[in-house]
Design a protein around this ligand. Structure first.
Ligand SMILES: CC(C)(COP(=O)(O)OP(=O)(O)OC[C@H]1O[C@@H](n2cnc3c(N)ncnc32)[C@H](O)[C@@H]1OP(=O)(O)O)[C@@H](O)C(=O)NCCC(=O)NCCS
Length: 208
């Protein structure tokens, strides 16, 4: 599965993302293609923003991404080699798919997930779960005890993803997100403990 990625650590765990000690399980149902994580840079923002607007009804602006990069927040892209006959969209100079990305913010002993997105062509193959695994490994390596995030109350796919991954809803932020010119939407605050004993997400029973 996934070229050299199964059972070994991807390259992006070096440098910006220091190598953790465990291996990442690759998604079982995903298309078999070599993949890699690479740091997001400002040169990637056209492609990132194209995926963002194609995947999500409430997309970040380019400025959100640029501000995050300039603030030094960890931001990585999941890139996948094109298989014969595939023409990746958005087109990248290296011909690979931009399959997804995440942006996080590291605190003293916790990490806040700011954005996680999987391109529509690669959804429901386990890649968001894979990226969450990677983020959890990296966060543990940083000494973090918890991952935190906010999610729109109406974003059922993302809430289900996080619940399946072991996140628990711990609060509500009233009117946190803009919904329209006149309306706002609540955010559900979710948290995942990063204790060593915490069961791997894939071993957990589905949330009901
Ligand atoms: C939410 C999102 C990141 C999920 O990415 P993904 O790669 O498709 O997710 P995965 O394949 O790893 O799914 C893992 C689990 O999440 C849940 N899930 C994911 N997408 C779902 C959907 N559309 N409907 C219901 N459950 C869903 C399922 O439990 C799934 O496990 P299963 O496929 O075994 O049932 C993706 O839909 C996306 O990019 N959405 C737009 C951006 C967004 O909402 N980001 C989160 C903001 S807080």
């Amino acid at each position: 599965m996934n070229g050299g990625t199964q059972g070994v650590l991807p390259d992006w765990t070096r440098g910006l993302w220091p190598a953790p000690t465990e291996a990442l399980p690759a998604p079982a149902g995903a298309t078999d293609r070599p993949i890699a994580f690479e740091p997001m840079t400002e040169n990637d923002l056209d492609a990132v923003h194209a995926v963002e607007t194609s995947a999500y009804g409430h997309p970040w602006s380019r400025r959100h991404f640029r501000d995050s990069l300039q603030a030094g927040h960890p931001a990585v892209m999941l890139l996948g080699q094109a298989l014969p006959g595939e023409q990746p969209l958005p087109a990248r100079a290296d011909g690979r798919w931009l399959m997804g990305y995440l942006v996080a913010m590291a605190g003293v002993d916790e990490v806040h997930l700011l954005n996680i997105t999987v391109a529509p062509a690669h959804q429901r193959q386990g890649w968001a779960r894979f990226m969450l695994d990677a983020l959890a490994l990296w966060s543990r390596g940083q000494g973090a005890h918890a991952l935190w995030l906010e999610v729109r109350e109406s974003n059922a796919p993302a809430r289900r993803l996080y619940e399946r991954h072991g996140f628990e809803a711990v609060g509500l932020r009233r009117g946190y997100y803009p919904l329209s010119a006149l309306q706002r939407e609540d955010a559900v605050v979710m948290s995942l403990r990063l204790d060593a004993e915490h069961p791997a997400a894939h071993d957990m029973e589905p949330a009901r």
